[in-house]
Design a protein around this ligand. Structure first.
Ligand code: PHE
Length: 353
């Protein structure tokens, strides 16, 4: 070996020893990178040795080149091994850090519960099925014909105004969001044959400003009984049985004359205040009575409209607001709460109904 080659070997041998020491001392990828730059970077002894090969006499150059290559290869291998080791260590640390015990019990999921309005509907439907009624339903997007005309509303009735009713755009005044469940009276009489005993729960829409007792989207339950020989006594008996089951066994109801185009005679029904029993309190506003629904004897106009003989058949109908019923039954002062979906409010009814 030429003197310059053995000189080089010695020098690079020291460089290599130092580089390997630094590599093995590296505790993370960043410090390993520093060691790499130091040992093999552009200004390192190895790079300088490589550049100086050009100036060597040709007979020394080959051997010197092999020495440089060998040192570089050794350092690179050490770098690679250390790198693998560090990465494996980091992975292990991450596993340790992120280890989960899959045998631990999970976070318990709170099971959902029916909405208080749904429960109220079911409760009311339950009472009426107990009295022999079936259940019917109809569309929320309804024909004006069914919502108004077939129900004997005169064309001049204020409810036909777009100020009060949502009409479907592009359909003139023909199609609307039903303002009550009463159009399903007509649909039921059209599709069924006598006798008919049904309740009809469903969503309704009115262009009302929202306040504690008004919503522009709300729920009603309609009742309809048409048969031979039905009288107002049947109406009163059914409403009383219903009100007593929902609000309290010993409460009385009273009927006040009212007007609806589709019933004649018509009435509004009050139930004795279930809070004070009739004395007068905050809930009944000192009245002793609380209004719960509208009702009446089915107007012969409707029976004629669907082709049933009004001489032979008579019937009664009623309609009640679900939000109002639920609010009354649970002392809720603002029916908007039922539609806000605030779980703190809804949770109150869990298990209660
Ligand atoms: N449809 C009426 C309303 O929305 C309620 C009603 C139904 C009255 C059936 C009488 C008979 O106010």
């Amino acid at each position: 070996m030429s003197p310059s080659a053995s000189d080089l070997r010695e020098r690079l041998g020291e460089v290599k020893t130092e580089a390997l020491a630094q590599i093995n001392a590296a505790t993370d990828v960043a410090s390993l990178d520093e060691a790499r730059v130091r040992a093999l970077g552009r200004r390192s002894a190895v790079s300088q040795a490589r550049s100086s090969l050009r100036e060597m006499p040709p007979e020394d150059r080959k051997q010197a080149g092999q020495i440089v290559n060998q040192v570089q290869a050794d350092v690179e291998r050490a770098l690679e091994e250390r790198r693998d080791l560090l990465l494996a260590g980091e992975l292990q640390q991450r596993w340790d850090r992120e280890r989960i015990d899959v045998t631990l019990p999970g976070e318990p999921l709170e099971p959902g519960t029916l909405h208080p309005l749904t429960k109220t509907v079911w409760e009311i439907v339950d009472i009426f099925t107990g009295l022999g009624f079936g259940v019917a339903d109809g569309p929320e997007v309804e024909l004006s014909r069914y919502n108004f005309e077939a129900l004997n509303f005169p064309p001049s009735h204020p409810s036909l105004s777009p100020q009060e009713t949502f009409f479907v755009a592009g359909r003139g005044d023909e199609v609307l969001l039903r303002t009550h469940t009463s159009p399903v009276q007509i649909r039921t009489l059209e599709t069924q044959s006598p006798p008919v005993y049904v309740v009809i729960p469903g969503r309704c829409y009115r262009r009302d400003l929202q306040d504690p007792t008004h919503l522009d989207c709300f729920e009603q339950i309609e009742g309809l009984a048409v048969d031979e020989g039905i009288t107002m006594g049947d109406l009163k008996g059914v409403i009383e049985a219903f009100a007593r089951q929902l609000f309290g066994k010993s409460l009385d109801i009273r009927m006040r004359p009212h007007y609806f185009p589709f019933t004649e005679p018509s009435a509004e029904v009050d139930v004795q205040c279930f809070v004070c029993g009739g004395e007068g309190c905050r809930v009944c506003r000192g009245e002793g009575w609380i209004e719960i629904l509208g009702c009446g004897m089915v107007h012969p106009y409707l029976l004629e409209w669907v082709g049933w003989d009004p001489e032979r058949y008579t019937g009664f109908a009623f309609g009640a607001g679900i939000e109002r019923m639920a609010a009354l039954a649970h002392g809720v002062g603002d029916i908007r709460l039922f539609w806000e979906n605030d779980l703190r409010f809804l949770d109150y009814f869990r298990g209660l109904m």
